[in-house]
Design a protein around this ligand. Sequence first.
Ligand SMILES: [Zn+2]
Length: 335
Amino acid sequence: MIQINKDGRANLASLTQKHLRYYKDTFFPELEDLSKNEPDLPVRALYRYLRANIDKVVIGEPSVLNDIILYVEQYYGREVKLAKETLKKKLFKYENFRDRKPSKNDPEKWGAYQLVKELKVQVCPYCNRMYTSTILTESGKTRPALDHFFDRATYPYLGVSLYNLVPSCNTCNSSLKGKTMFKLDTHLHPYMEGFGDKIKFTIKLYSGNQKNAMDFILGKPEKYNIKFKVSEEARQNKAFLKRAFNNVKVFKLTELYQTHKDYVSDIIKKSIIYNEDRINELYDLYQGTLFSSKEEIKQMIATNYLEENDLDKRALSKLTKDISEELGLGTPSFL
Ligand SMILES: [Zn+2]
């Protein structure tokens, strides 16, 4: 689980302004009309509430959306059910946003494609296994799915809210999460947080005897499992752990990562070969030409990013970072 845009390379301030303008041009006139003319007075009151808070509804951060949910549930629970179809199909129609694509005449036309392109999310934040690249050509197109973190059927007024649209892979969005109810106190929201240093991948040997240890060094995958370990600091944070492990469960991360043992076996071997002395040798040979730092050498050896801020650029980056650190890639030799 990786936090989106941790290094701030996407300009969220600009994205939110484009998104709000899109909402105001597309749906707002109808919301305004209904907030004045809806014949059912309690439902009209709901529309008036949404109209008065439209900036928060459309571009509010996840915690703001959470507050709106609590308020609407308390005061307009019945009205949301009555107005469901109008909310879903007229005022906050996700399909409208989903189907808008840039074109020759309007190369930056705001819609699902432009949003994910500008967000620059390269891999699914939920699993960090699948690439979520965006291409749009005359003969074919692909982009990440946009997961409604807060379920759209239950909260139809959050159908086009920017921070309720999480770019993700189809496996996580459709096959695994499906209609599971997510809230901020039950699951991690990728715009807010990832596992970070609190939860890391670890290698768990089946048993610690000498033969198994040697087989492990040889990278034999049947001798170990890939698990998650919790940092000392996070152990006290029960609320975080509950949310994080709910994500692990829904997205089947423990099970899915066992399928990447071949990859981990390579990291085990690399950690043995590329100890501190070997890295120093490479640095002496190539500094100023191929590499400008020892960190770059380690990144090249790991064939992945190893910095927290870069984890959303490549698949399996968190697995690589955590296991390389655990095994001491680039540290004094243990053999
Ligand atoms: Zn995924």
